[in-house]
Design a protein around this ligand. Sequence first.
Ligand SMILES: NC(=O)N[C@@H](CC(=O)O)C(=O)O
Length: 427
Amino acid sequence: MKVLLKGARVLDPSRGLDGILDVLIDGERITLIGEDIKAEDAKVIDLSGLLVVPGLVDMHVHLRDPGLEYKEDIESGAKSAAAGGFTAIACMPNTVPPVDNAAMVSYIASKAERVGLSRVFPIGCISKGREGRELAEMGEMAMAGAVAFSDDGNCVSDASLMRRALMYAGDFGKVVIDHCEDPTLSAGGVMNEGYVSTLLGLPGIPRSAEEVMVARDVILAKETGAPVHIAHVSTKGSVEIIRRAKAEGIPVTCEVAPHHLVLTEDAVMGYNTNAKVNPPLRTEEDVEALIEGLKDGTIDAIVSDHAPHSMDEKDVEFDKAAFGISGLETSLGLVLTFLVGAGKLSLEEVVEKMSANPARILKIEGGALKEGALADITVIDLKKKWAVESAKFFSKGKNTPFEGWELKGKAVMTMVGGRIVYSEKQY
Ligand SMILES: NC(=O)N[C@@H](CC(=O)O)C(=O)O
């Protein structure tokens, strides 16, 4: 089956490609990109006025399956990803039970394949049971298809365990993703420690809780030579540590979530539990440093940290509410509106950080539009104005602090291996 995408602006910053071009797809791969391609036997899809980019990759998503399917399952999560413009996502192992063995990695991969929407790449636990005591069977999980290792939701507090995790994972060619949070510093905290936490009388999480662990991980990556990826960076200090480490040639990469780029701790005012997230929303100074970090290449990737929860877990007192934001369906729109639209990042930078860079960090195929590449493609309408309506999310998680926000720019079609897995129009 051949498909010809006609007349879109085709942008692939990884190859310096940008122009009104046609893309010919045969089966699951791109066979030709060029001007005015003719293919009599192809189904033609007119995409004039739209933007075609390499399929977006979200390397930090919580799918809650197995065990917490009332929050999300692989099917609802993959639908949400496709609707958000993501052709591939990597899912965190903090399920019940946690994904700490090969059988569970296979379960996720095979269920996702059956669902057949966005590609789902499982991330395995660093430690057995995510308990931070004993290393999980990383080799077996890697063989079963785990693309990375993380105890996300928990930090690996034991430095010696983290050091061994880096060495083992490095031997298997996999990256360790660390949720940096020193539990002795964050204990009991429910939001950023600062003016607003004082005003609201809520226990705070200081920036040092994150930065101490970022510094430790950088030191361990330097010593072992094994790559470490810092999850959801939220503070100016973390950006500075990672910037210095990169300048020294230490193999560290990192990511940031849209909510840390467009919101501050002020969003918590009124005890808004939809703005309760880990790491917590910080201050304007941090937001500026994060954007600067994206601009100068310190921050490699933008991820949603999609953390769906049920309304029951949010509709409670602030200190009892679950941490997390349902982010897959707002991620791209927020970035296009508040970073590209506001002139803070270029479209090219965004596409790199939401496609080629995460694909490279996870060593998965993707992130490029070229002959022979997988036909994983995101079609974006940069002019489309829309309002966030959580009731319409494909995700079961309606927990968003962006309800009613007016955004400009949206994925209108998502194609995985040449198949349309989401489209706002019938073709
Ligand atoms: N990011 C969040 O606020 N929540 C995450 C886990 C975590 O990183 O705390 C979740 O799984 O809900």
